[in-house]
Design a protein around this ligand. Structure first.
Ligand code: ADE
Ligand code: ZN
Length: 333
């Protein structure tokens, strides 16, 4: 099964680029930018990764970003991820970035996006992996700051396929960003948002995302299973769910593998993704492996998960079809 997963043409749809910052690169960037880290080794950094819920993870995640300062830093970050993804036969990725995590500490938006964009272009040319960017707003900041970030992104509209919403969900419901999402839609962005797992008011937040915001996709969204009407709406609309098993294992009580099994059985477009792989120790291949072991997945199940993923990508139909044909050819072998 490990070999089957390794060769499977894969698609990554829930990946925070800042969450791919491995300790080795953190050290290298700290040195480049003359930043003193409070750790003496890579092992020291990894040992400090102790979290058991979303807020305790986010604290370490934001601290880690301090070393990202210049355009080449963002280029190197994205290029390292794309190399790793290509080595796992990820054929296509939609990558989140958190501009406010950088602009809020004085790093210009322009420099962040230029570095990321340049890496995406180089990776496509050199490694044959395609990727697009999704700009996330930080939900624990004010909606006005999100709106200002949206306006700041407009000169780069062609470099960004859609918008998302992440960070601490507690007390920050989807409707807080209603006006921002309306404007994003008007500007032609596709819409997704995190509905993190086992949050306060999880089900109500998913309902708001689907019914009031009108998202095109849901990130996580596992708790939708608690509401039959919501499940029906998600299925009818063909909304994708980007679930992250290893991440779930860190910030909730389990990988939620059983929920993923139920979603598959219900015919929902559930997908498997890695979230913040440098912190949760698992890229998409490891996530599929963990899930396959927990659920005794068949090859057909694994192909279905990747079919769901390519189907819900924000790519034009002809490109989706090309990846799906690659997947079918692999499955037929
Ligand atoms: N930012 C990075 N990873 C996140 C997650 N899993 N949930 C919310 N915000 C995040
Ligand atoms: Zn996430």
């Amino acid at each position: 099964m490990t070999d089957f997963i390794a060769g499977l043409p894969k698609c990554e749809l829930h990946l925070h680029i800042e969450g791919t910052l491995e300790p080795e690169l953190k050290f290298a960037l700290a040195e480049r930018n003359s930043i003193e880290l409070p750790y003496s080794s890579v092992e020291d950094i990894r040992a400090a990764y102790s979290f058991d819920d979303l807020p305790s993870f986010l604290k370490i995640y934001y601290e880690g970003m301090e070393v990202l300062r210049t355009e080449p830093d963002f280029y190197d970050l994205a290029m390292a991820y794309l190399r790793r993804a290509a080595s796992q036969n990820v054929r296509y990725a939609e990558i989140f970035f958190d501009p406010q995590a950088h602009t809020s500490r004085g790093v210009p938006f322009d420099l962040v996006i230029r570095g990321l964009r340049r890496a995406l272009l180089d990776a496509e040319r050199r490694l044959g992996i395609r990727a697009q960017l999704i700009m996330c707003f930080l939900r624990d900041f004010q909606a006005e700051y999100a709106m200002a970030t949206l306006l700041e992104s407009l000169p780069y509209r062609e470099w960004i396929v859609g918008v998302g919403l992440d960070s601490d969900e507690k007390g920050n419901p989807p409707v807080k960003f209603r006006a921002v999402y309306e404007r994003a839609r008007q500007e032609g962005y596709l819409l997704t948002m995190h509905c993190d797992v086992d949050q306060e008011n999880s089900v109500e937040h998913i309902r708001q995302a689907v019914e009031e915001i009108g998202v095109d996709r849901i990130d996580h969204g596992v708790n939708a299973l608690e509401d039959q009407a919501l499940v029906e709406t998600i299925r009818e609309r063909g909304l994708g769910l980007t679930v992250c098993p290893i991440s779930n294992g860190y910030v909730t009580d389990s990988t939620k593998a059983d929920a993923i099994r139920r979603m598959l059985d219900l015919g929902l477009r559930v997908t498997v993704n890695s979230d913040d792989p440098a912190y949760f120790a698992g890229y998409v291949q490891e996530n599929l492996t963990v899930l396959a072991e927990e659920l005794s997945l068949t090859e057909e199940d694994l192909v279905q998960l990747e079919r769901n993923a390519f189907e819900i990508t924000w790519l034009p139909r002809h490109l989706k079809d090309a990846y799906l044909a690659e997947l079918d050819a692999y499955a037929a072998r």
